[in-house]
Design a protein around this ligand. Structure first.
Ligand code: ZN
Length: 67
């Protein structure tokens, strides 16, 4: 046992959270072409990196859901 069972979220600054959210929005899958409109591929590297950073930081990505 090494006692490392608890994972502590890596904190992100508010600026970085805003930045990564913008990256996610810009690189989201286009509903028509089904690929990133910027990179032309599905789930591009930019999108994956931003998504992973937000998830690791414990950011709730579902909080934008409206009524
Ligand atoms: Zn992209």
């Amino acid at each position: 046992m090494n006692g490392s069972s608890a994972e502590v979220p890596t904190p992100l600054s508010d600026d970085l959270i805003v930045y990564y959210r913008r990256v996610l929005a810009a690189h989201s899958i286009d509903p028509v072409s089904r690929v990133c409109p910027v990179c032309g591929v599905k789930r591009c590297a930019d999108w994956q990196q931003a998504y992973e950073r937000l998830v690791v930081a414990g950011v709730d990505l579902e909080s934008r859901v409206g009524p």
